[in-house]
Design a protein around this ligand. Sequence first.
Ligand SMILES: C[S@@+](CC[C@H](N)C(=O)[O-])C[C@H]1O[C@@H](n2cnc3c(N)ncnc32)[C@H](O)[C@@H]1O
Length: 255
Amino acid sequence: MRYMTDEEYDEYWDELGGIREDIARDLVANQDALILDVACGWGYYTFQLARCHPAGLVVAVDIVPSAFTNMERKANDLDAPDNIAPLIADATRLPFRGGNFDHSTSFLGMRDIYMTLGSEGVESTMKGLTKATKSKGLVTLAVTPPDLAETEEERIAIEVEGEVFGAKSLPSTFYRDLYNAMDVRLLDIKPYSTGMKMTVEQTKTELRDGLEICKEVYRRDVPGFEEVWSRYGPIVEKHGYGMYSVIRVLVGEKG
Ligand SMILES: C[S@@+](CC[C@H](N)C(=O)[O-])C[C@H]1O[C@@H](n2cnc3c(N)ncnc32)[C@H](O)[C@@H]1O
């Protein structure tokens, strides 16, 4: 894992070292597939899914209406395909009855859903995704289970996200049980690495910005930067900060 440059840091979230593209490409079964992408945010993963399925359609769900304004802006900037149908909905109460989707997925959505709705929210989302999927269709989640972290820089970033920001990542055992309970056969847990980690200065910026957003946007009670740094700074100084350095994709097939 190498340290990213400041230019790479500026684009880090948008690009993530190309792993959204790699994941979408690896999961293509049919180019005309009907796909459900939940907690789509600004659509970075949605765009890749849509590109990989030129004859298909991606239904992109988010609970925040502004996600779609930003998605539209990004779609223009990035010349994204137009086989995308936006839908404002709560992932825990998806409005789909029959199993029509070939592939249902969420890229880093579960931590945000956990933040507001806890593990019950994650369970309800998984239930809705499974219900919406055809028999033998794919149910995939891109997550960062702490127990699978292989480096100290990866482990510390997952811990900080959960402990400081409340965006807790659940362990792989939780997801294994969940897949079992939904009769979705877990075929694989595949790691995708950006190959990069943040420097000390980039981490300080990341934490300061994150704390500000938590306070101002989400109105959460968060500790001050100095308190956070006194706890985690020494580890970051030694190992760097592996935020999203490795994303793990749980690949399941509905029974
Ligand atoms: C980390 S972002 C997702 C990133 C995105 N998938 C990508 O590829 O860039 C998490 C998203 O989850 C959304 N979210 C949080 N709770 C939700 C819920 N209950 N239902 C639907 N979306 C939700 C947030 O609005 C946010 O846009």
